[in-house]
Write a protein that binds this ligand. Structure first.
Ligand SMILES: NC(=O)c1ccc[n+]([C@@H]2O[C@H](COP(=O)([O-])OP(=O)(O)OC[C@H]3O[C@@H](n4cnc5c(N)ncnc54)[C@H](O)[C@@H]3O)[C@@H](O)[C@H]2O)c1
Ligand SMILES: [Zn+2]
Ligand SMILES: [Zn+2]
Length: 376
């Protein structure tokens, strides 16, 4: 079958790989109809990780069940399903507590597994014609037979992940919220904050098309290439700052003129922007080691974060991978009820064979490439 295969930094190609098959009675085989490219894929694409050539990318997957293992009880051939990017067992200590992003079963020696991702276990990615889904009863979310393809595929990762940022920050009705980053995750966080009843949401980025999308959904765009976003937001909040904050950028954070990366700049900006005792959610990715890090500390995943300021302000911060399973059913039902339409973030729907060019353009953030959905 055809699949998106990583070759070397800044290069993926459409390769011919072996079609996956049922390996365990609890597996299903899904024929992929939609699979999205993620900002997290770019970490591997840019050669910032230990991802080896040959890995098949793709953790945001949806499709139609083609084959069902004999131990599967709730699913049938022909069911339309979307899978959380986290592979999870459903029965370990963390899964039972709803923390499915930290499953203790699926990736021995590590808490958490994912499809098509370096160090996240032996699960081949879904930017391909077929995907094997383990623990299928737990990992497949059933969808209506038709409609909302581009909305539902976002249930695999970014809609729940943006929502998770708001959950970590406990965004509540009437609050003022800042979201750093208006990439797909940041836009979903801003959208989720508004769904949760926030009164005002500031969306910080420097990419015009992304800021325009933020404005389109009712957020207030803040262009950090035009000055210090902390000051711009304080001016609009009577000097107080926001009640809550979300970092949807991660360690690839850039300085205002985008001339270089400064991995702690967003963490420090969010600490400064959020008022005393406010909460901060950090779905943006930080890594325990980054061989290409800007200095010795960054190489070991240690950043210069203003912890003293956080202490002074009595803030609370939550971070980590999104437990997609915790929110995907509820968010699916918001889509079905017509109360959420996350696909506003999708800029391109392409065939699988267009993936190499899509990766290149999404990586360069050109031509409005915000979120790409591939249809194998
Ligand atoms: N926690 C999770 O489960 C989870 C899931 C998916 C993605 N992620 C992570 O979330 C992050 C965002 O993902 P994405 O797909 O939106 O990525 P993206 O790279 O498309 O978006 C990041 C955005 O941040 C902006 N940015 C850079 N520096 C900034 C600054 N100083 N201030 C404000 N904005 C700045 C960029 O212009 C870009 O638009 C990544 O780190 C990704 O790995 C985490
Ligand atoms: Zn993703
Ligand atoms: Zn588990």
């Amino acid at each position: 079958m055809k699949a998106v295969v990583y070759r070397e930094p800044f290069s993926v190609e459409i390769g011919e790989v072996e079609r996956p098959s049922i390996q365990h009675p609890n597996d299903v085989l899904v024929r992929i109809t939609s699979t999205a490219i993620c900002g997290s894929d770019l970490h591997m694409y840019e050669g910032r990780t230990a991802a080896e050539p040959g890995i098949v990318f793709g953790h945001e997957n949806m499709g139609i069940i083609e084959e069902v293992g004999e131990g599967v009880t709730s699913l049938q051939r022909g069911d339309r399903v979307v899978m959380p990017f986290n592979v999870a067992c459903g029965f370990c200590k963390n899964c039972l507590a709803g923390n499915t992003g930290f499953c203790l079963t699926v990736n021995p020696g590590f808490a958490g597994g994912a499809y098509g991702y370096v160090a996240m276990g032996p699960y081949t990615g879904g930017q391909a014609e077929y995907l094997r889904v383990p623990y299928a009863d737990f990992n497949c979310l059933k969808l209506p037979k038709e409609g909302h393809e581009a909305d539902f595929v976002l249930l695999a990762d970014i809609f729940p992940t943006g929502y998770h940022g708001c959950e970590l920050a406990q965004v509540s009705p009437g609050e003022t919220v800042v979201v750093y980053g208006a990439g797909p995750v940041g836009l979903m966080a801003a959208y989720s904050a508004l769904l949760r009843g926030a009164a005002r949401v500031f969306s910080v980025d420097r990419v015009p098309e992304r800021l325009a999308k933020a404005e389109e959904i009712g957020a207030i765009p803040i262009d950090f290439s035009q000055g210090d976003p902390v000051e711009m937001i304080k001016e609009q909040t009577d000097g107080e700052g926001t009640d809550k904050g979300v970092d949807a950028v991660g360690y690839q954070a850039q300085v205002g003129d985008a001339s270089k990366e400064e991995p702690a700049i967003v963490l420090n900006s969010v600490i400064q922007t959020v008022r005393p005792t406010g909460r901060i959610g950090v779905p943006g990715l930080y890594v325990p080691s980054d061989p290409g890090g800007v200095d010795e500390h960054a190489k070991q995943g240690m950043l210069r974060v203003a912890i003293g300021k956080m202490f002074e302000k009595g803030q609370v911060m939550g971070t980590g991978q999104c437990n997609v399973k915790r929110y995907n059913r509820q968010l699916r039902d918001l889509i079905i009820a017509g109360r959420a339409k996350p696909s506003f973030v999708v800029s391109h729907e392409l065939s699988l064979t267009e993936a190499p060019e899509a990766y290149r353009k999404f990586d360069q953030r050109v031509e409005g490439y915000t979120k790409v959905v591939l249809h194998p």
